[in-house]
Design a protein around this ligand. Structure first.
Ligand code: ZN
Length: 177
């Protein structure tokens, strides 16, 4: 993975984290910003296989229980968004589909599919970095996480390290032109 451009002393070994996923790989507690730094580190791993750099981590009581990145290209799977993958891992780690204890931290505002997955998983909280004006379903185009017609709502914190997350995406797309 590339160097971490952030100035924080918080250091994450993403390789170790991923290989140890399922065994509470990083002992917390981490706050929203530290969790986002981890999600950003995870997002950079997606660059290794040409995927759009989006990362997500799942947190329970400040501890990271799962960390994944977008694998749509490498997996050839249209649903392999970072948030979907991290929900699957978190459910496996916790032994339940009901993830009300989980905070999902994503570098990009979730799309309608991922926001729907957060709702059906009963996720407790969402934190995201950059807004997505073209596909965002948690504040930009839709407010799926706060729609009383659905059977679950969850609080959303937007804009955490948004410049870093947005910059990572902007550099990726600029490099492809
Ligand atoms: Zn998505």
């Amino acid at each position: 993975m590339g160097s971490n451009p952030t100035s924080s002393a918080f250091v994450v070994d993403v390789t170790t984290l991923r290989t140890r996923a399922g065994r509470l790989p990083y002992r917390g507690p981490v706050d929203d910003e530290q969790a986002m730094e981890l999600a950003l580190a995870e997002a950079r791993v997606a660059l290794d296989h040409g995927d759009v750099p989006i990362g997500a981590v799942a947190i329970v009581d400040g501890e990271v229980v799962a960390s994944r990145h977008n694998e749509r290209e490498t997996a050839g799977d249209p649903t392999a968004h970072a948030e979907i993958l991290v929900l699957r891992d978190a459910a496996s780690v916790l032994g339940t589909w009901r993830l009300s204890a989980v905070t999902v931290v994503s570098t990009l505002e979730p799309c309608p599919m991922c926001a729907g997955a957060l709702i059906v998983a009963r996720v407790g909280k969402l934190v995201y970095g950059a807004a997505d004006p073209k596909a965002g379903a948690c504040g930009s185009l839709y407010q799926l996480c706060a729609d009383p017609r659905l059977n679950h709502e969850l609080p959303v914190t937007a804009g955490v390290l948004a410049d870093e997350a947005g910059g990572l995406l902007a550099r990726f797309f600029a490099g492809r032109r």
